[in-house]
Design a binder for this molecule. Structure first.
Ligand SMILES: NC(=O)N[C@@H](O)C(=O)O
Ligand code: NI
Length: 162
Protein backbone atom coordinates (compact mmCIF):
# COMPACT_ATOMS: atom_id res chain seq x y z
CA UNK A 1 0.00 0.00 0.00
CA UNK A 2 1.36 3.41 -0.99
CA UNK A 3 0.46 6.00 1.67
CA UNK A 4 0.46 9.67 0.68
CA UNK A 5 -0.33 12.95 2.41
CA UNK A 6 -2.03 15.42 0.10
CA UNK A 7 -0.09 18.65 -0.37
CA UNK A 8 -1.64 22.00 -1.35
CA UNK A 9 -2.05 22.19 -5.11
CA UNK A 10 0.19 24.68 -6.91
CA UNK A 11 0.68 25.27 -10.62
CA UNK A 12 4.39 24.68 -10.27
CA UNK A 13 4.08 21.32 -8.55
CA UNK A 14 1.37 20.21 -10.98
CA UNK A 15 3.19 21.35 -14.13
CA UNK A 16 4.52 17.86 -15.06
CA UNK A 17 0.93 16.58 -15.09
CA UNK A 18 -1.01 19.40 -16.71
CA UNK A 19 -2.36 22.80 -15.71
CA UNK A 20 -4.07 24.31 -12.69
CA UNK A 21 -7.09 26.43 -13.67
CA UNK A 22 -7.42 29.38 -11.27
CA UNK A 23 -8.73 32.85 -12.13
CA UNK A 24 -7.02 34.29 -9.07
CA UNK A 25 -3.53 33.75 -10.44
CA UNK A 26 -4.03 33.82 -14.20
CA UNK A 27 -3.66 36.89 -16.37
CA UNK A 28 -6.72 38.38 -18.00
CA UNK A 29 -7.81 41.13 -20.34
CA UNK A 30 -10.95 43.22 -20.51
CA UNK A 31 -13.72 42.41 -22.99
CA UNK A 32 -17.41 43.29 -23.28
CA UNK A 33 -16.79 47.03 -22.95
CA UNK A 34 -14.77 46.40 -19.82
CA UNK A 35 -17.49 44.54 -17.95
CA UNK A 36 -15.75 41.17 -18.27
CA UNK A 37 -12.23 39.99 -17.55
CA UNK A 38 -11.28 37.14 -19.90
CA UNK A 39 -8.87 34.66 -18.34
CA UNK A 40 -7.74 33.32 -21.66
CA UNK A 41 -6.30 29.97 -22.77
CA UNK A 42 -5.72 28.53 -19.31
CA UNK A 43 -5.15 24.92 -20.27
CA UNK A 44 -4.34 22.88 -23.36
CA UNK A 45 -7.24 20.73 -24.59
CA UNK A 46 -5.88 17.66 -26.37
CA UNK A 47 -8.02 15.41 -28.56
CA UNK A 48 -6.36 12.68 -30.65
CA UNK A 49 -7.47 9.77 -32.80
CA UNK A 50 -10.36 8.96 -35.11
CA UNK A 51 -13.26 11.39 -35.05
CA UNK A 52 -11.68 13.10 -32.07
CA UNK A 53 -13.65 16.02 -30.72
CA UNK A 54 -14.02 18.00 -27.50
CA UNK A 55 -16.72 17.12 -25.02
CA UNK A 56 -18.20 19.48 -22.44
CA UNK A 57 -19.72 17.50 -19.57
CA UNK A 58 -20.95 17.93 -16.02
CA UNK A 59 -19.96 15.34 -13.43
CA UNK A 60 -21.99 15.12 -10.23
CA UNK A 61 -19.88 13.16 -7.75
CA UNK A 62 -20.63 11.85 -4.30
CA UNK A 63 -17.99 12.70 -1.68
CA UNK A 64 -15.21 10.31 -0.77
CA UNK A 65 -14.39 9.30 2.80
CA UNK A 66 -10.97 9.79 4.31
CA UNK A 67 -8.45 8.35 4.18
CA UNK A 68 -9.07 8.02 0.44
CA UNK A 69 -8.32 4.49 -0.68
CA UNK A 70 -7.59 3.82 -4.34
CA UNK A 71 -7.02 0.53 -6.11
CA UNK A 72 -5.99 1.96 -9.47
CA UNK A 73 -5.00 5.06 -11.39
CA UNK A 74 -6.29 5.71 -14.89
CA UNK A 75 -5.16 7.60 -17.98
CA UNK A 76 -6.73 8.90 -21.18
CA UNK A 77 -4.13 8.41 -23.91
CA UNK A 78 -6.22 10.09 -26.60
CA UNK A 79 -7.05 13.30 -24.80
CA UNK A 80 -6.77 15.66 -21.89
CA UNK A 81 -9.39 15.91 -19.14
CA UNK A 82 -10.21 19.05 -17.17
CA UNK A 83 -12.21 19.30 -13.94
CA UNK A 84 -13.54 22.64 -12.69
CA UNK A 85 -15.68 22.72 -9.55
CA UNK A 86 -18.87 24.78 -9.97
CA UNK A 87 -19.58 25.54 -6.31
CA UNK A 88 -16.21 25.82 -4.57
CA UNK A 89 -15.83 22.10 -3.94
CA UNK A 90 -12.48 20.85 -2.73
CA UNK A 91 -11.17 17.62 -4.23
CA UNK A 92 -8.19 15.32 -3.99
CA UNK A 93 -5.92 14.97 -7.02
CA UNK A 94 -3.60 12.00 -7.34
CA UNK A 95 -1.30 11.88 -10.36
CA UNK A 96 1.67 10.05 -11.81
CA UNK A 97 3.80 10.83 -14.86
CA UNK A 98 2.93 9.49 -18.32
CA UNK A 99 4.38 6.14 -19.21
CA UNK A 100 3.49 2.47 -19.54
CA UNK A 101 4.29 1.78 -15.89
CA UNK A 102 3.88 3.81 -12.71
CA UNK A 103 6.84 4.22 -10.39
CA UNK A 104 5.26 4.39 -6.89
CA UNK A 105 7.77 6.99 -5.76
CA UNK A 106 6.59 9.31 -8.52
CA UNK A 107 2.94 9.36 -7.45
CA UNK A 108 1.85 12.73 -6.04
CA UNK A 109 -1.29 13.69 -4.11
CA UNK A 110 -2.69 17.22 -3.95
CA UNK A 111 -5.59 18.98 -2.21
CA UNK A 112 -7.39 21.76 -4.03
CA UNK A 113 -8.79 24.81 -2.25
CA UNK A 114 -12.19 25.12 -3.94
CA UNK A 115 -11.20 27.79 -6.46
CA UNK A 116 -8.85 25.56 -8.39
CA UNK A 117 -9.52 23.22 -11.29
CA UNK A 118 -7.09 20.90 -13.02
CA UNK A 119 -6.45 19.80 -16.57
CA UNK A 120 -4.81 16.38 -16.84
CA UNK A 121 -2.61 16.23 -19.92
CA UNK A 122 -3.29 13.31 -22.25
CA UNK A 123 -1.69 10.16 -20.85
CA UNK A 124 -1.22 11.50 -17.33
CA UNK A 125 -2.17 8.87 -14.75
CA UNK A 126 -4.76 10.14 -12.28
CA UNK A 127 -7.34 9.10 -9.72
CA UNK A 128 -10.99 9.32 -10.63
CA UNK A 129 -12.84 12.42 -9.45
CA UNK A 130 -12.55 12.49 -5.64
CA UNK A 131 -14.56 15.32 -4.14
CA UNK A 132 -14.55 16.08 -0.41
CA UNK A 133 -17.24 16.94 2.12
CA UNK A 134 -20.36 17.10 -0.07
CA UNK A 135 -21.81 16.19 -3.43
CA UNK A 136 -19.75 17.97 -6.06
CA UNK A 137 -20.67 19.36 -9.46
CA UNK A 138 -17.82 19.73 -11.96
CA UNK A 139 -17.55 21.08 -15.45
CA UNK A 140 -15.47 18.47 -17.28
CA UNK A 141 -13.84 19.03 -20.66
CA UNK A 142 -12.40 15.92 -22.29
CA UNK A 143 -12.16 13.94 -25.52
CA UNK A 144 -14.82 12.11 -27.50
CA UNK A 145 -14.20 9.93 -30.52
CA UNK A 146 -13.55 6.40 -31.59
CA UNK A 147 -11.63 3.80 -29.65
CA UNK A 148 -10.93 3.17 -26.02
CA UNK A 149 -9.62 6.18 -24.13
CA UNK A 150 -9.30 4.91 -20.58
CA UNK A 151 -6.52 2.63 -19.32
CA UNK A 152 -6.37 1.50 -15.69
CA UNK A 153 -3.21 0.66 -13.73
CA UNK A 154 -3.73 -1.38 -10.53
CA UNK A 155 -2.10 0.32 -7.55
CA UNK A 156 -3.17 0.40 -3.90
CA UNK A 157 -2.94 3.95 -2.58
CA UNK A 158 -4.13 5.59 0.63
CA UNK A 159 -4.33 9.37 0.76
CA UNK A 160 -4.53 11.33 3.98
CA UNK A 161 -4.87 15.05 4.59
CA UNK A 162 -2.12 16.82 6.53
N1 LIG B 1 -14.36 7.92 -16.64
C1 LIG B 1 -14.63 9.20 -16.54
O1 LIG B 1 -15.28 9.79 -17.39
N2 LIG B 1 -14.10 9.88 -15.46
C2 LIG B 1 -12.76 9.63 -15.09
O2 LIG B 1 -11.98 9.73 -16.27
C3 LIG B 1 -12.27 10.59 -14.08
O3 LIG B 1 -11.11 11.04 -14.20
O4 LIG B 1 -13.06 10.89 -13.14
NI1 NI C 1 -10.15 10.59 -15.98
Amino acid sequence: MLTLTAEPLTAEAFAPFGEVIDARVSSSFAINAGRTQRHHDLARVETYGENAHTLINIFVSQPVTLPLTLTFLERHPQGSQAFMPLHGERFIVVVAPKGEAIEPGAVRAFLTDGRQGVNYAAGTWHAINSVLEREGEFLVVDRGGEGDNCDEYPLDIEVRLA
